[in-house]
Design a protein around this ligand. Structure first.
Ligand SMILES: C[S@@+](CC[C@H](N)C(=O)[O-])C[C@H]1O[C@@H](n2cnc3c(N)ncnc32)[C@H](O)[C@@H]1O
Length: 421
């Protein structure tokens, strides 16, 4: 459906377009080297490139994703021979994205792996070192694993030069074994302790992880000639000097669905990205924990944002405040997206609508109004079926997640919104 001015359409009746539902091929193994809760399907980027190139009014040279997460768009853009620029506020995300955007020599990987192993066996950790460790690490890990993880981390840093791309490869491997070696409830993406869990042995987990990543690298099919730039920044604060991008493919964070920053706390703590994992919440779009000025935010909201926030305010003031901040942040994101695009460049957003205490949070409508306000043209909206969401799509009558299939489906579909500069 094409939208040029009137946004008062029935979003529920927009038909599902099968083109965006599934990919033609199985995702490349590189997409699975590290878990990332909010990852979106890889094929969307390849399809977006194809879809826009068929319209023949823009030459796609640079693809961007300002919420690049674990680098899904980055990987797919480079596989298609495009250059890529991306950002994410979460250092764990940019670590994985950078790792995925490189090809590694198998022989070198094996040499480094052996050196790390030798170092690991030589390394001794003093009592003092583990004693002074962050309290939060002690909360998630048993003593044996803390000692071994300490040794492993130092062995990695001692074995690989600081600026080498191989360091990122092994830090990504280290990061992905933190969950199995901790007491974090295995199947849960949310932070939850399993008191009965027997954490995996560190070196066994590392060997398994290394082999998995090594095999994935052998099938890595990115174009070596592509340029990839990934920044660990708050996109809203990025200085945009001049346009340089031809296509944006992104899935923005959702409003307060979960605290993205908290989900990666094991990695952020171990890799010394922050002292307190909660520090990463500030700046993360959609976080509940902002020191925002509600009166100021409310004045900046567009009409759709204002309507939704007003309804929420009558039920839950705190939720209304965080939603206002979310919408204002998204409006700034849309403006910056427009600024970074070359003429005729396209922006594709994957976005879903949610609900809170029976109030419809029409993110898609808010997004489209924001796009129209900054000058996007020929906006198209289509719907796709979500096939592999980790979160159950059902909600009970109180709005809580449930596996009961008779309950309301909330996340079973999402929108693809495309606009032209
Ligand atoms: C829905 S996820 C995107 C996942 C990505 N498409 C993938 O496949 O991995 C949204 C991402 O936005 C990031 N984010 C939130 N606020 C941000 C900000 N202010 N600047 C940059 N990135 C931000 C989060 O860290 C998260 O990785």
């Amino acid at each position: 459906m094409r939208i040029n001015k009137n946004i008062n359409i029935d979003f529920d009746s927009i038909p599902i377009e099968t083109f965006w539902n599934t990919g033609d091929k199985i995702e490349n193994r590189m997409h699975r080297i590290h878990a990332y809760p909010a990852k979106f399907p890889a094929f969307i980027t390849s399809k977006a490139i194809k879809y826009v190139e068929e319209q023949k009014d823009v030459n796609i040279n640079w693809v961007a994703d300002m919420f690049c997460g674990c680098g899904t768009t980055a990987y797919e853009a480079t596989r298609n021979g495009k250059n890529f620029w991306g950002s994410d506020i979460n250092p764990v995300a940019t670590l994985i994205a950078k790792t995925k955007s490189q090809i590694y020599k198998d022989k070198t990987l094996r040499v480094y792996f052996d050196v790390i192993n030798v170092e690991f066996r030589k390394n001794k950790i003093s009592q003092d070192e583990t004693q002074n460790i962050n309290e939060r690490i002690k909360y998630w890990f048993k003593e044996e694993q803390i000692k071994d993880l300490f040794k492993l981390k130092y062995s990695i840093y001692e074995s690989i030069p600081k600026k080498s791309k191989y360091l990122n490869f092994f830090l990504t491997a280290f990061s992905n074994i933190l969950k199995p070696t901790s007491v974090w409830l295995t199947k849960s993406i949310k932070p939850q302790v399993d008191p009965n869990k027997k954490p995996a042995n560190v070196i066994d987990a590392f060997i398994k992880q290394f082999e998995m990543m090594r095999k994935a690298n052998l099938k890595n099919d990115i174009d070596k000639k592509s340029t990839v730039k990934i920044e660990n920044i708050n996109f809203i604060e990025k200085e945009m000097k001049k346009p340089f991008v031809d296509l944006i493919v992104t899935s923005p964070p959702y409003v307060t669905s979960y605290e993205y920053a908290d989900l990666h706390q094991l990695s952020t703590l171990w890799l010394d990205y922050v002292k307190d994992y909660k520090d990463l919440r500030e700046g993360t779009i959609g976080s509940l924990y902002h020191n925002s000025d509600f009166t100021k935010d409310a004045k900046l909201l567009n009409k759709t944002g204002e309507d939704i926030v007003f309804k929420l305010y009558n039920k839950d003031k705190r939720k209304a405040q965080s939603t206002a901040k979310y919408f204002v942040d998204m409006q700034k994101t849309i403006k910056k997206s427009y600024d970074m695009l070359n003429m005729n460049g396209r922006a594709l957003f994957v976005i879903g609508n949610t609900e809170y205490k029976n109030i419809r949070i029409n993110n898609a409508k808010h997004l489209i109004e924001s796009m129209l306000n900054v000058g996007f043209k020929d906006i198209e909206i289509t719907k796709r079926k979500i096939s592999n969401k980790i979160l159950t799509p059902y909600r009970d009558k109180n709005g809580k997640f449930t596996t009961d299939k008779n309950s309301r489906k909330v996340y079973a579909e999402e929108f693809i919104v495309i606009g032209r500069k």
